[in-house]
Write a protein that binds this ligand. Structure first.
Ligand code: ATP
Ligand code: MG
Length: 478
């Protein structure tokens, strides 16, 4: 896999995308967590709740009734620690946790500035105090104290072990327990992405390599390798376009080969007869040299016509013919051309009729149009047996005019219908000495296309007549 290859680039971009996404996600998460302030200690809040309950008890029962055992029950039921302290001497009288023995000095730190109202709001304790105390083992406890008694020298402390956990501790614990699975998941994701990226980029590059080698094949004249049309829609479209192009190139090359073969064949036939008759004259082997001269004349005329029609066709195909567009009354033009051909039709006892109403106007090159119509009419006459019918129709269609030439002649087989527009193509080459060149329809098609029109041949098969239709727009596209 070369570093500049599409496969490598695709693979790299998939992978980079994944790494960037993971990195940005992790970065944003970390930034959000570290920017978050440490939450306020919740110890006091819970203690305030406990103190409220205790106060209610005190109010209802009176302090005297609030025995140590009642305090113990309170501590147990609220999962808290209750201490009774003589405030002036800071001596513990009772500790529900049993950690500080009775009549022992206790280390209290009062928080003078702590105003719980700014947090969740304290109970309405006239002599409420907040602070912390240390056990003999230096464990720190938060407490809320209710100073009471006649001289407010007795303090009931509700204490809760101060949480020393910081957010970082929590994060550390979180990462300690979850880092492993997260890392595993990330590695698995990376592995899966790696495999997927390799497969997707591999498929794409495989398709493109197939296209590349097929293109090289075409360059060498090998048309046998069609490209498989699979993969993403864009790649399928390219493969399809390539296959179509390959077919087109192949058929164009075939047409060129056919054309060369036809030209050489069609040139050879008259040349052979010219040579033969000329040689016979030279050898004095001809009794009537006029007959020989006539053959030579007609064959060379045929050659000359072939050369001029081929030149014309080449110029039309190369788009090198400038049409001199003018307003053409197709009805009149068709009428005039039919009159000319009628002489031949009458000799063959063919009926020639025109089905058209009104004038049909197009902007076209009148002479070129006459060339098309003449070829269609002469074909109809030529390929219809004596006594047959030829009907010419004109009708408006799709902002244009449709001309049809229908005959009851020899017809054309289905597979030949398209081929009759090819250069030199003649359904039956051996159709007698007045055979044409097989160029008329090829030229007609080029002329019609140059006008932005269409030409079609229809036939129900051999012996069932043929219809040629030509559609021309009123105004050819510029
Ligand atoms: P050219 O027109 O060059 O003198 P052509 O008439 O043989 O020669 P096209 O006009 O190109 O050539 O026609 C090509 C072939 O199509 C004809 O040789 C003939 O086999 C077939 N064809 C054309 N028109 C008809 C038709 N009306 N009925 C049956 N076959 C036809
Ligand atoms: Mg013809």
């Amino acid at each position: 896999m070369r570093s500049g290859s599409l496969r490598w680039r695709l693979f790299g971009s998939y992978f980079a995308l994944l790494v960037i996404t993971l990195g940005v996600g992790a970065g944003v998460l970390l930034a959000a967590l570290s920017a978050r302030p440490e939450p306020a200690p919740i110890g006091y809040q819970r203690l305030v709740q406990g103190a409220r309950t205790l106060l209610t008890d005190m109010n209802t029962r009176g302090l005297d009734r609030l025995t140590y055992s009642a305090l113990q029950t309170h501590a147990d039921s609220y999962d808290t620690r209750v201490l009774v302290v003589r405030w002036s001497s800071r001596v513990a009288l009772f500790d529900s946790a049993g950690t500080i023995p009775a009549d022992t000095g206790i280390n209290l730190t009062i928080e003078p500035n702590y105003t719980p109202s700014t947090r969740t709001g304290p109970p309405q304790l006239a002599d409420g105090v907040f602070g912390s105390l240390f056990d003999p083992d230096q464990t720190e406890w938060l407490f809320i104290g209710i100073r009471t008694g006649p001289v407010r020298d007795l303090a009931l402390l509700l204490a809760e072990e101060r949480s020393t956990r910081t957010l970082q501790d929590s994060l550390a614990e979180f990462s300690g327990s979850l880092a492993g699975p997260i890392l595993q998941a990330a590695l698995f994701g990376l592995g899966a992405a790696f495999v997927l990226a390799a497969i997707i980029s591999g498929q794409l590059s495989k398709q493109l390599s197939a296209l590349g080698s097929a293109a090289w094949g075409v360059a060498r004249g090998d048309y046998s390798h069609k490209v498989a049309e699979r993969g993403p829609s864009e790649v399928r479209a390219v493969a399809k376009a390539f296959n179509t192009m390959m077919q087109e190139v192949q058929s164009t090359q075939q047409a060129q080969r056919d054309f060369l073969a036809n030209v050489s064949h069609d040139l050879k036939t008259p040349l052979t007869s010219i040579q033969g008759y000329a040689q016979a004259i030279i050898d004095n082997a001809i009794r009537d040299p006029v007959v020989a001269a006539e053959v030579i004349y007609s064959e060379s005329a045929r050659l000359s016509r072939m050369v001029s029609e081929l030149t014309d066709l080449a110029r039309l195909e190369g788009g090198r013919v400038a049409l001199s567009l003018a307003r053409v009354n197709v009805t009149e033009l068709v009428g005039a051309l039919m009159q000319r051909i009628e002489v031949v039709a009458r000799q063959r006892q063919q009926t020639l009729t025109l089905e058209a109403s009104g004038a049909h106007i197009v902007h076209a090159d009148g002479d070129r149009l006459a060339q098309v119509i003449t070829n269609l009419l002469s074909n109809a006459v030529k390929f219809t047996p004596e006594g047959g019918q030829i009907v010419v129709g004109l009708r408006p269609l799709d902002s244009g005019v449709e001309l049809s030439v229908r005959d009851s002649g020899v017809g054309i087989a289905q597979d030949e219908l398209v081929r009759v527009f090819e250069r030199f193509y003649q359904v039956d080459k051996a159709r007698g000495p007045q055979r044409g060149l097989g160029l008329g329809l090829a030229i007609s098609r080029e002329i019609v296309l140059a006008h932005g029109g269409r030409i079609h041949a229809l036939s129900d098969g051999e012996g069932h007549g043929t219809t040629f239709t030509v559609w021309l727009p009123h105004h050819p596209p510029s």
